[in-house]
Every structure is written in C-alpha cells, then in structure tokens.
Design a protein around this ligand. Structure first.
Ligand code: GDP
Length: 445
C-alpha cells in the first residue's frame, strides 16, 4: 500500500532534510515535487492543490526552533496535513452497532469485493468485538453470490440466513431482521446486489432495503485499484443512498493509492477499513496516523520535531513567566491574553478555568468581557506602534487620540484597556510571587 508514493516522497524529503538552511525557493521546489508525486499517485487535482497550499501556508508561518532544520519541519507539517486530510469523524474502525440487533448495509458495484468484505467484517466483529453476527445475501439475481456468502459463513463460523428461492430483497431484509431479533444476534449484515455500473434499478433496490432495515451503518465497498473512479462511485452512492463509511479493497496491490487519499476530502466520508488480500483476515482498520506514517516513512523526524515544539513552547512560557514576575507585562502580552480569551469564551470563561480566580475576575474591570469587546481591545492594540506596545507608559494624550482614531474607537475605551493592562500586570506579578507558576503556565498554554 502506497509504496510508490512513499518512495517518491521519501526522495523529496531526504534531500530537503539534509540541507541545513532552507530558502523559500527550496520549500517551493520541494512542494512542487510533492504535488507531482501526489498527482502521479492519482490523488485528485483539487485535493492536491488544497493540500499543497495548506502546507505552504503552514511552512511559512511555522515558529522556527533551533534544534530542527526547516526541512524536518516541513516533513512534520506534511505529516500532520496528511492526517488531517484522512481523518473523519469518530474513532478509526468504530461502527455504530450498540443497539442489538444492529443492521449493517453493505453496498457497492459487482466485483468490488463486497461479499468478501461482508464476511471479513463479520469475522472481525465476531472475534474481536465478541458480537453474534448474522449475514444475509440479498443478491437474488445471482444465486452463486448467495451461495458464496453461505460458504464463506461456514468457513469463518458465522451464521447466514437460510436461502429461500423466489424471495425479493426487501422480503429477505425483513426476514433477516426478524431472525436477528429472535435469534439474539447483535448485528445483522445485509449484502446487497451489485451491478457493473450504477443504474436506477440497483439504486432503487438498495434504497428500498435501506428503508426497511434502517441501517446504523451503510458501508460502501469500492475497489481501491480503480483510483479516481472509486471516488466517483462513492460520491454517486452517497448522493443516491447515503453512506456512512467506505471500505477500500485491493489495497494490497501496487495501486497508486490516490483513491484512499482523495476519498475523505471529496466525499466527506471516512474510509473505515481497507482490504489487503483475499484471505478472511485481510481487513485492516484505516488509521490516518499510521497511513500518514507509512506514506512518509519518516517517523523519527516527526517525533524529533514534536519534541522540539514542546521544548520551544515550554521555553517561551518560562521566559514569559520570568518577565511577569518582574512586573513586565506589556501590550503584546495583553494581546496574547486577549486572543487566548477569545478562544476560551471571554474573561470569565478563562478565569473560571483557573482555580481560585473566579473571585478576582469579578473584582476586575475586565469581568464580563465579551467577544465584541475583545475584538475592540485587540484593534486598539493593533493601532499602537511597536514601541508603544512594548512600553505602554509612552501613551500620553496625543498618542492616545491617534490610536483611538486609528481603530475607530473612543479614548475612554483605550483608558480602560490601559487600566486592564496595569491590573493584569499586577496580578501576574502577584501570582508569580505566590509561586503559582504552574497555574499561570496552565492558563497560558
Ligand atoms: P463482489 O462481487 O463485490 O461481492 O466481489 P467479491 O467479494 O466476490 O470479490 C471479487 C474478487 O475480489 C474475489 O476473488 C475476492 O477474493 C477478491 N478480493 C476482495 N477483496 C480483496 C482485497 O482486498 N484484495 C485482493 N487482492 N482481492 C480481493
């Protein structure tokens, strides 16, 4: 799975990480190669475009740490971005099968590996999740398909619904439901008929079954070797029937893997499992982190950058603490705090997270600060010069007027902001002296 892509990217990043200093041009060249590698792996163009744009943006804005090279940092950014691209809702491999008997509807084109996957998943649910599973084939057009499921069932020791000739798919689905309830099954799986192409009859049949079974999960099985087509099929099935997740089969082949990488981004549906062979245990949970790791094959570098980032954050917090203890709390610090507050839902939200601070928050002018106020305060700080931010004592009447005018606000608001900066500075200093650094750090991280 992903070997070619992995080799290609490996080459790009090997060169990049070996270089010490890195210019913007170097990064751009590397990203161009990443772009080509992804396109050659058959990842869809819009997905590639977004991916590269996002990596480029993050690479330009990344905080620089001395202990890692820019190249290593780019690897980490690509790694994180890959995970983001692949991650859907919920835990990897989790299915909503809590209410027994939980129906799982299996849909897909003929030959995609639907019946095989139904049996693989039934085996997994039985063995790993200790569920009692019933399988039923609804493929009335192909008796061989019904028999195939029965044979697989025997092979893996999972029950199948007895075949009754002449029954239509909806009747079979109803019988499966009844049998699952009476027989105390946790899960029943409905293996619908496939066609070579999506046609109206196929969709109508699957929709009718869906309506009687009310499936908790509708899993679409698609052949990973078909690349972009797999993504198109998924989009169409989702539009017409609604799917909750995708199983990509034949990922054991040396396909280019693009389907796996485009699927989530284009269809919005997560890949839940991948098929890695014909054997009954050749089914794996699709785990974005592992897949990203496999594609990049640069786990060491990712771990190194993560560690460096933590160290950098800790150092920054430490430096800030020392300054606060000395009573140095300027407008840059205040701006950071205000932005933090924005994220945490205002002053009270923030204070309420700090033990013992609730009362202090109420005594301060800042209590009850809401989002619009935070935005105005940040606008005021943005209107200050670098020097003024670093040393708010410079702010005399004429400067105040200029700043207020620059942000379209009143001087009285600026005065309030200055008072707040002084109060918070005092508070930070006191807290530092009380030796509650841990608490303050927590609030700032
Ligand atoms: P259906 O028509 O969609 O039900 O497809 P089947 O389940 O009958 O599978 C068609 C063929 O694909 C069978 O020969 C399977 O053994 C094979 N197959 C299914 N999944 C995989 C997979 O993940 N890898 C490989 N290599 N073959 C698979």
């Amino acid at each position: 799975m992903f070997e070619n892509l992995s080799d290609r990217l490996g080459g790009v990043f090997d060169r990049l990480t070996k270089q010490g200093a890195l210019s913007e041009d170097d990064v751009r060249t590397a990203l161009r190669e990443v772009r080509v590698a992804l396109l050659e792996a058959d990842v869809s163009l819009p997905v590639v475009r977004n991916f590269v744009k996002s990596v480029e943006k993050k690479a330009t804005g990344a905080a620089v740490t001395k202990s890692v090279t820019p190249g290593q940092q780019v690897v980490k950014i690509v790694h994180d971005e890959l995970i983001e691209m692949l991650t859907g809702e919920g835990e990897p491999g989790q299915l909503r099968i809590d209410q027994a008997p939980a129906p799982i509807l299996m849909v897909g084109l003929q030959g995609s590996g639907k019946t095989t996957t139904t049996a693989k998943l039934a085996k997994r649910l039985t063995e790993r999740d200790k569920k009692k599973v019933l399988m039923a084939s609804l493929d009335v057009n192909r008796p061989a398909a019904m028999e195939q499921l029965e044979i697989l069932g025997k092979q893996i020791g999972v029950d199948t619904l007895p075949i009754v000739k002449g029954e239509d798919p909806v009747a079979i689905a109803k019988r499966a439901k009844t049998q699952a309830s009476l027989g105390g099954y946790d899960v029943y799986m409905l293996d619908t008929a496939g066609r070579l192409h999506i046609d109206q009859e196929l969709i109508a049949q699957a929709a009718a079954v869906r309506d009687v079974a009310n499936p908790r999960e509708t899993l679409l099985v698609v052949d990973g070797l078909t690349g972009q087509d797999a993504v198109n099929v998924a989009t169409e099935f989702d539009d017409k029937i609604g799917v909750s997740g995708v199983v990509l089969t034949r990922m054991d082949g040396d396909g280019r893997g693009g389907a796996a990488l485009s699927m989530r981004a284009i269809t919005g549906k997560p890949i839940k499992f991948v098929g890695l062979g014909e054997k009954m245990d050749a089914l794996e949970t699709f785990e974005p982190e592992r897949v990203a790791g496999r594609i990049l094959g640069m786990g060491d570098i990712v771990a190194l950058v993560e560690k460096a980032q933590h160290t950098l954050e800790a150092e920054q917090a430490e430096r800030m603490m020392k300054r606060f203890q000395k009573g140095q709390f300027n407008m840059n610090d205040l701006k950071m705090q205000l932005e933090q507050m924005q994220k945490m839902g205002g002053m009270e939200g923030m204070m309420s997270m700090m033990p013992g601070m609730g009362k202090m928050a109420k005594q301060m002018d800042g209590a009850g600060i809401d989002d619009s106020m935070l935005r105005r305060q940040i606008a005021l700080i943005n209107s200050m010069t670098k020097k003024e931010r670093a040393n708010p004592a410079l702010l005399q009447a004429s400067r105040k007027k200029r700043i207020a005018a620059g942000s379209g606000l009143e001087v009285s608001e600026l005065n309030k902001l200055l008072k707040m900066q002084r109060q918070m500075g005092d508070m930070m200093k006191k807290m530092g002296k009380m030796g509650k650094g841990g608490m303050l750090k927590q609030a700032m991280s």
